[in-house]
Design a protein around this ligand. Structure first.
Ligand code: C2E
Ligand code: CA
Ligand code: CA
Ligand code: CA
Length: 278
């Protein structure tokens, strides 16, 4: 038993070591990657399931590392957050997404663009002026922009968060609560935040129609959003059954692999071609 314990510990510490090394590697490569512009913003359509029209896109960052290939955001966003590099990277995403929105507008396409904000970015005192500058410089209509934040980002310093939200909203942008239902927000707080959209988290959608509990939670979130006069977007929708369940519960704007994975701007014509056959 002793030997086994030692082995387990050895194995464990090797694993921890590997994790620490990977972290360090990503941290170093991040700085370099930002300098060398190894990032690209992909866009995942948000579709009105009643008519297959793309009403908006969520901007999702991608890192194409010259040696490692694609490094998913779940691997590097937390590290960018911890090191503060997210402020610079996040500002770059805002700029790219607004330029994309402006290009769409120049083709008379009135799509919304959802952009993820990290906790650090949201707390940053310069966020409002940075965004204001980008809006003016790109000429994007602020009402096209939907900023996505999570419940946990709002719950820490509630008064400060409410103030920041009001300042962002004064620019004319909308606010979305991402991953709704997975955090700790109480419903009474939710009413105090000036938010416009709830995004039903994928964890509630993914096992519809097998999990009746998830179906009830999803239906309840949609009903509550409607009572609070919030728009609702369902995330992670992969099947026609899920689309139909959501329709039957009055949620029509959906995002997920059923319609499309996130794609580069260059892949959008192919996306529209596919959608026209659904
Ligand atoms: P998120 O904001 O919840 O984004 C949705 C994630 O779900 C995306 O993963 C998307 O590709 C994935 N997804 C969409 N539809 C489906 C589906 O039908 N099935 C499945 N299995 N997955 C689906 P992605 O792009 O890997 O991003 C992961 C997370 O990284 C995002 O979660 C967000 O928290 C963060 N992230 C991505 N881009 C940015 C960014 O520019 N800034 C910040 N701060 N965070 C970002
Ligand atoms: Ca999001
Ligand atoms: Ca989400
Ligand atoms: Ca998520």
């Amino acid at each position: 038993a002793k030997a086994k314990g030692r082995n387990t510990f050895h194995f464990y510490s090797q694993e921890l070591n590997a994790a620490a090394n990977e972290r360090l590697f990503i941290e170093n490569e991040l700085r370099n990657g930002i300098r060398e512009r190894q990032f690209e913003v992909y866009y995942q359509p948000q579709v009105d399931s009643r008519n297959q029209q793309v009403v908006g896109y969520e901007a999702l960052i991608r890192w194409f590392h010259p040696k490692e290939g694609m490094i998913p955001p779940t691997k590097f966003i937390p590290i960018a957050e911890a090191t503060g590099l997210i402020v610079e990277l996040g500002a770059w995403v805002l700029q790219e997404a607004c330029e994309f929105a402006a290009r769409l507008a120049s083709k008379n396409l009135k799509n919304n663009i959802s952009i993820n904000l990290s906790a650090r970015q949201f707390k940053d005192a310069n966020l409002v002026s940075t965004l204001d500058k980008i809006i003016k410089q790109t000429g994007v209509e602020p009402k096209r922009l939907h900023l996505e934040l999570t419940e946990s980002m709002l719950m820490g310093h509630v008064e400060a968060a409410i103030l920041q939200l009001h300042q962002l909203k004064a620019l004319g942008v909308s606010i979305s609560i991402d991953d709704f239902g997975t955090g700790y927000s109480s419903l009474s707080y939710l009413k105090r935040f000036p938010v416009d959209i709830l995004k039903v988290d994928r964890s509630f959608v993914k096992d519809i129609p097998e999990e009746t509990n998830d179906m009830e939670i999803t239906a309840a979130i949609i009903a509550m959003a409607q009572k609070l006069k919030l728009n609702v977007v369902a995330e992670g929708v992969e099947t026609i059954e899920q689309v139909e369940f959501l329709q039957n519960n009055n949620c029509y704007i959906v995002q997920g692999y059923y319609y499309s994975k996130p794609v580069s701007e260059a892949q959008l014509p192919a996306l529209f071609e596919r959608l026209s056959h659904i």
